[in-house]
Design a protein around this ligand. Structure first.
Ligand SMILES: Nc1ncnc2c1ncn2[C@@H]1O[C@H](COP(=O)(O)OP(=O)(O)O)[C@@H](O)[C@H]1O
Length: 290
């Protein structure tokens, strides 16, 4: 299928074209590939239907404020659909842990809750896409990119994004969730020790989220991200509202944005998300088609 052939090789040409747009300062060209099998199904209010299991090389983007759970749900969908979950925050953290030439500069930016420059982030993403392309990866679920209109324009200029999922949660809950985040320094697992129980207020419904606790053997190895302090989180949420919120409108106006208000913790939200994405019986459809 022509569209799948195109989707199977987004990386190498994207790397070149992403860098070219960025360095020339030129407006990115449109790919003019025509609508993907997904976007053709998307009306102004996207109601994604993954009806045909052979269409699983999805090219999806996750938007949402810090702490909303992009990583958690993107990673689950990545496992379900068999496409790589690429989180630019992870790429940044890998780079700053590598003590490479960028590491000092990145640590200062990240620890102040600011955005890394478009140039650096595109370089990191390009390298990651290139490495994935070399391994034969198909499709992607991007988490944390694009975060500025410029990044969205560049991405739009190099490849077709099928769906943009915008995860939403009350701002007071976001702060608590960020403060509760922990990572196991040994296995790299992500957990959350926050137990959230907030009353309904200002038109927002009450919300409860159980903690996502680690297994006993990870308990003594938990670490907190250096940028998950109250002051930095508040600044990141502010930066999100200022720089990244307009990206929602960018995709809304293109009929690609699917809004999802998280109703609670994973137990409650995951089945609802699968339902909204029409993926609730995805495994059965896959085995029926096999
Ligand atoms: N697309 C991007 N553009 C600019 N900076 C980014 C981008 N993605 C990640 N970063 C940097 O990495 C940090 C951590 O990102 P991430 O793990 O996605 O955090 P968050 O919890 O804020 O969603 C950000 O605060 C920012 O400094």
């Amino acid at each position: 299928m022509a569209a799948l052939t195109r989707l199977s090789k987004p990386s190498f040409s994207s790397v070149y074209r992403i860098s070219r747009c960025l360095y020339s300062g030129a407006a990115p060209e449109s790919t003019s590939h025509g609508a993907s099998p997904y976007s053709r199904r998307l009306g102004p209010t996207p109601n994604l239907a993954v009806k045909d299991p052979k269409d699983r090389s999805v090219q999806w983007v996750f938007l949402g404020s810090p702490g909303v759970g992009k990583g958690t749900y993107a990673s689950r969908l990545s496992n379900l659909l068999g496409v790589p979950h690429i989180a630019t925050g992870d790429l940044v953290r890998e780079e700053l842990a590598s003590s490479g030439p960028l590491s000092q500069e990145l640590s200062e930016i990240v620890n102040q809750g600011k955005l890394v420059s478009d140039e650096i982030i595109i370089n990191l993403l390009s390298k990651r896409l290139e490495a994935g392309g070399a391994k034969g990866e198909l499709g992607f679920i991007l988490d944390g990119f694009p975060r500025t209109i410029r990044q969205a324009e560049i991405l739009e200029g190099v490849t077709e994004v099928d769906l943009v999922l915008n995860l939403k949660l009350r701002e007071d809950v976001l702060l608590e969730k960020c403060l509760g985040r922990r990572t196991c320094s040994q296995c790299g697992g992500n957990f959350n020790v926050a137990s959230i129980n907030v009353m309904g207020a200002n038109g927002h419904p009450a919300i409860s989220m159980a903690p996502l606790l680690p297994p006993a053997h990870c308990m003594s190895k938990l670490v907190t991200r250096a940028d998950d302090t109250e002051e930095v989180i508040k600044h990141r949420i502010h930066v999100y509202n200022e720089k990244s919120r307009p990206v929602e409108e960018f995709y809304r106006s293109r009929g690609k944005l699917l809004e999802f208000d998280l109703p609670g913790g994973i137990q409650e939200s995951w089945p609802k998300l699968l339902e909204v994405l029409n993926l609730d019986d995805y495994k059965e459809k896959q085995s029926a088609a096999a």
